[in-house]
Design a protein around this ligand. Structure first.
Ligand code: HDE
Length: 699
């Protein structure tokens, strides 16, 4: 991040309190108190008497505790955030007057919060769900929020349907089950009944809904916004964030297990990467359609259930977002962060997207319920530029505004509205005509073309994951009308998909489609198209499994090679005390301190596994059901696995499967992601790590 603090971090410092050893406990009104452990009471050596109401220190402590919780977000309750910077490398002054998008010399501080949608605040990170991707740019012209998701489309077209879709996906009302899952009757009932959700549920059943990391997912503004240039001309725009590390997902079994084994997996992953200096980065881009060309497409460009295919409207990448600082305190920063789609700065504007307009009402309103009317004064939400108006008072008002007028116009001419030259927000005139009615334009009625486009554009493994996802979800629906209808609905996307799912979930043999698959594909819908520009294993977690008698030379060289590639090696032993290499006496100080033991962690926590040889070590590991399970589970989750020397024998035992070849000499053999070298020589070790670095399995 460089030595210099961003404007926002410097501003936050003014509100921060640092905890030091010299501090002494006080009450909230500042009085010091020597004993905060015992309530004032009437007592003697023999008898405990009643506690006294008089003890206002004690009452304050309990009272404050009783009120610690605020309402969690009604959606996106579970999340994690971090600070960073936005840098612009290409000005788009042809499109907008917003300096954040025209001034390439600026660094704009940002706060980003990632989230899941359905679950409550304490739910697991790795559930099948859409992920929120909310970015607050603290620009010098005011806060600009892009409150986006990791999927480019949405379930509904009109904001008025939001309570319905959210009620349908959240736990069912009679028993509050299930938590943070789409796999239940009400969700799929709504998906069928509300066919405009078809495109989005295809994305939600794809690998996009089980990301490996927040750092490895795309961000989309989803709604259509506008940019306004110096001539007052409007362009329609969609915002994109594309991760430098590429787009990667879990496999479903892995996501399910991690939800139990480490519910904070994504939160920790983000925190750990930033602490280790592996700052996540995204390219920022815009898709632009000039006003006047909005009717040139076979979909309505204001319909949030449709994306703008990149083959028709390419993304122009103009900047970079980097996250480089963790929060100091979760509650005051991440929990109290409040985003709003209406937060725009001069040069950026609304469109008539009916979802966006409803959102801009909802976010203001929900913050009042969560944080109170003065939510924009909370340190995390404060703009870095002056806020000057005559909005006053309300609960928990912080700012003390001096002077004797609180209205405009006033006789002193204080706080007058700025002119355009002084940077006033622009509302360029727009011709609006039509009939007042509860309906949308005709193109909003088409719900299947892009669902097919998405499905057709996926790779074969992605298609098969999608069929498995439907099979899992509908298997959890026990009302036949729900899974029978849904099996039939899939026919209108792809007959093969419908047949596979119907058979798995016990739906009827699918009938005739009401529309054929148009067979078209588009680029940049399959996540396989988002490989990192430079393959890297930086920030990937690699487990090195050892037991007493392991080969120390190999262990040390692989560990240091991984570190040199900025990967994160973890030593896993049979216990978390010293593990001793071959040829040394088992006495304190001779061994390696493992980071975890085989029972404490599971393969799911790692991106890859390495097993060094060593006769005794491999003998022990071969007898351990858990060690064998580690290897098999990692293999089942398609992870790269490498072993040298005697580890080849462990793998023969673990993967007694036809088609897997293991090395019997000094040549490295790669078979289904398992890399083995029987007779290890230092050159081939280096080769194994380079192998991984260049892409076997990791990427
Ligand atoms: Fe939200 N959404 N939303 N949403 N949304 C909220 O605001 C809402 C929608 C998104 O990290 C709430 O502060 C309506 C689309 C994110 O704090 C609430 C509609 C997209 C976050 C709300 C939508 C989103 C929220 C709940 C349909 C992707 C978390 C708490 C018209 C582009 C922000 C809060 C954070 C949060 C309403 C649809 C993304 C109630 C009415 C589409 C990332 O205001």
């Amino acid at each position: 991040m460089g030595g210099e603090k961003s404007r926002k971090l410097a501003q936050l410092d003014q509100h921060s309190q640092f905890v030091t050893k010299d501090d002494r406990i006080t009450s909230d009104w500042g009085a010091k108190l020597g004993n905060t452990d015992e309530w004032l009471r009437v007592t003697s050596d023999h008898q405990n008497g009643p506690m006294l109401l008089e003890d206002s220190f004690a009452r304050e402590k309990i009272f404050r505790f009783d009120h610690e919780r605020i309402p969690e977000r009604v959606v996106h309750a579970r999340g994690a955030g971090a600070f960073g910077n936005f840098r612009l490398f290409e000005s788009i002054e042809d499109l907008t007057i917003a300096p954040v998008l025209t001034d390439t010399s600026r660094e704009t501080p940002v706060f980003v919060r990632f989230s899941t949608v359905q679950g409550s605040r304490g739910s697991a990170d790795t559930v099948r769900d859409v992920r929120g991707f909310a970015v607050k740019f603290y620009t010098q012209e005011g806060n600009w929020d892009i409150v986006g998701n990791n999927i480019p489309v949405f379930f509904i077209q009109d904001a008025i349907k939001f309570p319905d879709v959210i009620h349908a996906v959240k736990p069912e009302p009679h028993n509050e089950v299930p938590q943070a899952q789409t796999a239940h009757n009400n969700f799929w009932d709504f998906m069928y009944m509300h066919s405009e959700a078809t495109h989005m549920f295809m994305w939600a059943m794809s690998d996009r809904a089980i990301p490996r990391s927040y750092r490895m997912m795309q961000g989309f503004g989803v709604n259509t916004f506008t940019l306004i240039n110096r001539e007052g001309k409007r362009h329609f725009v969609k915002f994109h964030f594309t991760p430098e590390l590429g787009v990667h997902s879990f496999v479903w079994d892995e996501a399910l297990k991690i939800a139990g084994q480490d519910p904070d997996f994504h939160r920790k992953d983000l925190y750990e990467a930033i602490e280790n200096g592996a700052y996540p980065k995204w390219k920022f881009g815009v898709q632009v359609i000039p006003e006047g060309q909005e009717h040139d497409f076979d979909f309505d460009i204001l319909d949030a259930t449709k994306l703008w295919p990149e083959d028709l409207v390419p993304v122009r990448y103009i900047g970079e977002l980097e996250l480089n600082r963790n929060v100091d305190e979760y509650f005051t920063q991440t929990e109290q962060a409040a985003f709003c789609t209406a937060h725009m700065v001069p040069g950026i504007g609304h469109s008539d997207d009916p979802l966006l307009q409803g959102r801009s009402f909802s976010y203001f309103d929900t913050q009042v319920s969560r944080l109170g009317i003065n939510w924009q004064e909370l340190p995390i939400n404060r703009p870095v530029c002056p806020v000057m108006n005559f909005n006053r008072d309300g609960q928990s008002r912080h700012t003390i505004t001096k002077g004797n007028v609180n209205y405009w116009p006033n006789r002193f001419e204080v706080r007058q509205p700025p002119t355009a030259d002084e940077g006033a927000y622009l509302d360029p005139p727009q011709n609006v005509g039509g009939i007042k009615t509860r309906a949308k334009s005709a193109k909003f009625k088409e719900h299947f073309n892009q669902a097919q486009l998405f499905y057709n554009s996926l790779s074969e493994p992605e298609k098969s994951h999608l069929a498995s996802a439907f099979s899992f979800e509908l298997d959890h629906c026990d009302d036949p009308i729900v899974y029978e209808r849904m099996s039939q609905r899939l026919v209108d996307i792809d007959v093969g998909l419908a047949q596979t799912v119907a058979e798995m979930v016990g739906g009827p043999k699918p009938g005739t489609p009401t529309r054929q698959n148009h067979g078209k594909k588009a680029s940049k819908l399959s996540q396989t198209e988002f490989s990192p520009s430079k393959p890297t294993i930086a920030s990937r977690r690699v487990a090195i499994i050892i037991a007493d008698g392991f080969d120390e030379t190999v262990y040390n060289s692989v560990k240091s090679a991984l570190k040199a590639s900025s990967a994160l090696p973890f030593t896993i032993g049979p216990r978390r005390s010293e593990v001793f290499p071959a040829g040394v006496p088992k006495s304190a100080g001779n061994g390696v301190q493992s980071d975890h033991h085989l029972e404490g962690m599971r393969s799911t926590m790692f991106d890859a596994i390495f097993v060094p040889g060593g006769v005794e070590s491999i003998k022990t590991l071969s007898k351990s059901g858990r060690a064998l399970h580690w290897c098999r589970e990692a293999f089942g989750h398609l992870k790269p696995i490498a072993g040298t020397g005697e580890a080849v024998e462990l793998f023969k035992l673990a993967f007694a499967l036809p088609g897997i070849h293991v090395s019997t000499n000094e040549q490295a053999v790669e078979s289904y992601g398992v890399v083995t070298i029987a007779n290890v020589a230092p050159e081939s070790l280096r080769e194994a790590v380079t192998f991984a670095k260049e892409g076997v399995g990791f990427f």
